[in-house]
Ligand binder design. Structure first.
Ligand SMILES: Cc1cc2nc3c(=O)[nH]c(=O)nc-3n(C[C@H](O)[C@H](O)[C@H](O)COP(=O)(O)O)c2cc1C
Length: 338
């Protein structure tokens, strides 16, 4: 299926397509929702949903069902247009429109291998009827957290309230405001490509005289993650994280050979990595190492680092299993306009 319209199927057509798919040894993930006013949060969610199987089918509620679910003013975008836009996405293999508030009939017809839903649900809070049909079909459940601050309701509110310069400015720095420390992660691994993107972001940070004294120890081996966690009194959760980037700095390379420059350069790289993780839908948490001597020594030993290379911090990295709200801790008292 290539053109978007070819990807929009009736439930019967989708059932036949799913059968064919399975006959050729492929797996199918299914998710359902309204997907009104498609936004980045939707797309990132669908990309992650698609990564759970060989193909992704998105079932969307009909306009009549959306009115029942969300009120007479919704949907804003009609079902055919919602389906068309979803079908235009590379990560979406097929779309069906179902005329009900519940997707039970779709699940009965398709019997997905994986059922994907937003992280605001759990197996316990799913509709009981839908859950029973999915269980009977032997589907695996996967809950993907939504990207903080991205929702159709927020977009509608912003349009209704009128976008003041303040709102527009806040929206532009949202990728920064929505970076929060993530300490609980999904079991999904973080791929090499994603880690490399993070490292590229890290090494794009400012550095005094561009000396780049940093050194990134990127760890995904579970036994090594556990060993690092043991050395960090406030970082025990790292043992359950899929990845860690330990940032160390080389005193010999730092501007003027000075500790402070080295620490500032490594810290700038750490923040760039955490911001990039947030932009990619990943999450992370800074775990303090320097200046605690026992932690510095323990990690130097663990990574066999010479005395002039000092571990500065460790970043726990993974797919978030929690979604703290975006925020700033802005305080007027902390500012002086001169
Ligand atoms: C230098 C430094 C050391 C930190 N060490 C730890 C740590 O050892 N364990 C931890 O859970 N969080 C640690 N954090 C994360 C802070 O607790 C967190 O950034 C702070 O509470 C603000 O929350 P936010 O990141 O969600 O905005 C550290 C942060 C910094 C900058």
């Amino acid at each position: 299926m290539n053109s978007p319209t070819e990807k929009i199927l009736t439930i019967d057509e989708a059932a036949n397509w799913a059968k064919e798919l399975r006959r050729s040894g492929h797996t199918l993930a299914v998710t359902n929702g309204v997907f009104d006013l498609l936004h980045r949060g939707h797309v990132q969610y669908l990309m992650e949903a698609a990564s759970q199987a060989d193909a992704l089918l998105v079932a969307i509620n009909s306009d009549a069902a959306v009115k029942q679910l969300k009120g007479p003013e919704r949907p804003i975008v009609c079902e055919q247009d919602r389906a068309f836009m979803l079908a235009s996405l590379k990560c979406v293999s097929a779309v069906v429109i179902f005329d009900s508030t519940r997707a039970t009939s779709v699940f009965q017809a398709i019997a997905p291998d994986v059922y994907v839903k937003g992280g605001d649900y759990t197996e316990e809070t799913l509709d009981r009827e839908e859950h029973a049909v999915l269980k009977a079909a032997g589907a695996r459940f996967s809950f993907i957290p939504f990207i903080a601050g991205r929702s159709t309701t927020t977009v509608i509110k912003q349009i209704r309230d009128g976008a003041s310069p303040q709102v527009l400015a806040d929206r532009r720095i949202d990728p920064i405001l929505s970076r929060r420390s993530i300490r609980r992660f999904q079991l999904r691994p973080v791929g090499q490509e994603q880690l490399k993107e993070l490292l590229k972001a890290g090494m794009a940070a400012p550095s005094a005289c561009a000396k780049d004294p940093w050194f990134f120890l990127t760890v995904t081996k579970p036994e090594l993650l556990k060993a690092i966690a043991e050395k960090l009194p406030n970082g025990k959760f790292l043992a359950e994280a899929p990845a860690c980037i330990c940032i160390a700095g080389d005193l010999h390379k730092a501007h003027g050979g000075e500790l402070s420059y080295m620490l500032q350069d490594c810290s700038a790289a750490a923040e760039n990595i955490l911001l990039a993780a947030n932009l990619l839908g990943l999450g992370g948490c800074w775990l303090g190492v320097h200046p605690r001597e026992e932690r510095v020594k323990a990690l130097q030993e663990l990574f066999a680092l010479p005395a002039h290379i000092l571990p500065v911090c460790c970043l726990a990295i993974g797919w978030p299993a929690e979604s703290p709200q975006p925020r700033t801790r802005y305080r007027d008292e902390a500012v002086r306009f001169l």
